[in-house]
Design a protein. Structure first.
Length: 332
């Protein structure tokens, strides 16, 4: 784990998952200020918006933070802005690009690559990534693979050791963090838990659904129009999903209610059924029918808290769990 702490310059092994529409400068900075690492999703905005978000985050924290870029789209211009602004951590997702990895590393950035299998992890390390994010299928939002976190993490650790591995998917409390550390991961990548942070600008109805949800209330599917091919995702069940399943899970063009305007967003205008959209504060309409992203760890969400408190609570509970297990082992 020493290489992990040294490379990312963090105090606590928690990374904020870069959730589109839910993570902005305030949330990323709050996680970094608490000793973890905030990551901002900026792969879908214009380069000057990338720049303004980086500067806004820098104004809120003196600690390291990172930027996430989705390689399903060209990212040369956005990466150039990140490096020009001195971003120290670049996270790549959904694809591979050795030239961009090399470019980021030459500029002094640490490169993270999200992977879905041990073989993909080895490929990422061979292409120059400094560490990998092993994403289990329990994760919310866009999910690249189909292997659960528990078997995936040790397989990846064994494949790429001594390179650090960050575990993602279904981790929402100290017990989850302790478990992936026991599997050999150096840190946890946590998203769903931070949807209830005070700094997360999501709609109040979305928050209430998250608090009420249990571990069976999410669906791994490809029904929503995410904007790129072969991109499954996990989100809370709603009547849109249930009606689609009851209709036999038809393809686009034949889905029930397709094209219906279900809500209106201050930032995105009219929202139609099956459109990806993280419901934000200020949206109006049938919010329950929008894409409410969540991982299977959602059952562990109980209340809203400041992001810094979430970081410290998870780390405190993880440390206590590991200490308790160590004492139990010593007594055997």
């Amino acid at each position: 784990m020493n290489a992990f702490y040294r490379k990312l310059d963090v105090e606590i092994p928690i990374l904020l998952a870069p959730m589109g529409g839910a993570v902005g400068p305030e949330l990323a900075a709050a996680v970094s200020n608490a000793g973890g690492l905030g990551l901002i999703p900026l792969w879908y905005v214009e380069p000057e918006v990338v720049r303004s978000n980086i500067r806004a985050t820098s104004a809120l924290t003196k600690r390291p933070f990172g930027v996430n870029l989705n390689l399903n789209w060209p990212q040369e211009d956005r990466l150039a802005v990140c490096l020009d602004e001195g971003v120290k951590v670049i996270s790549f997702f959904w694809g591979h690009s050795p030239p961009l990895v090399e470019r980021a590393k030459k500029a002094g950035a640490t490169v993270l690559q999200t992977v879905a299998s041990a073989e993909e992890a080895k490929q990422a390390i061979d292409e120059g990534a400094d560490m990998v994010v092993a994403q289990g299928w329990e994760a919310g939002g866009h999910v690249r693979g189909t292997v659960a976190t528990l078997p995936l993490v040790p397989a990846v650790v064994d494949k790429v050791a001594p390179k650090p591995v960050i575990a993602a998917g279904g981790i929402a409390d100290g017990r989850g963090l302790a478990s992936v550390l026991a599997l050999g991961a150096s840190a946890a990548w946590i998203g769903t838990r931070f949807l209830l942070s005070d700094e997360c600008p999501i709609h109040e109805h979305y928050r209430k659904r998250l608090i009420a949800a249990n571990e069976t209330d999410t669906l791994y599917t490809s029904v929503y129009d995410v904007g790129w091919p072969d991109a499954p995702h996990r989100l809370l069940r709603n009547s849109t999903l249930m009606n689609w399943e009851n209709a036999g899970s038809p393809p686009p063009g034949n889905r029930p209610g397709e094209g219906d305007v279900i809500a209106h967003s201050p930032s995105a205008g009219d929202i139609v059924r099956y459109q990806i959209y993280t419901p934000e504060a200020g949206a109006v309409g049938d919010i329950d029918e929008t894409s409410m992203w969540a991982g299977q760890g959602v059952a562990l969400l109980k209340r809203a808290q400041p992001a810094g408190d979430i970081v410290r609570e998870i780390w405190r509970d993880a440390s206590a769990t590991l200490k308790r297990l160590g004492a139990a082992s010593d007594s055997v």
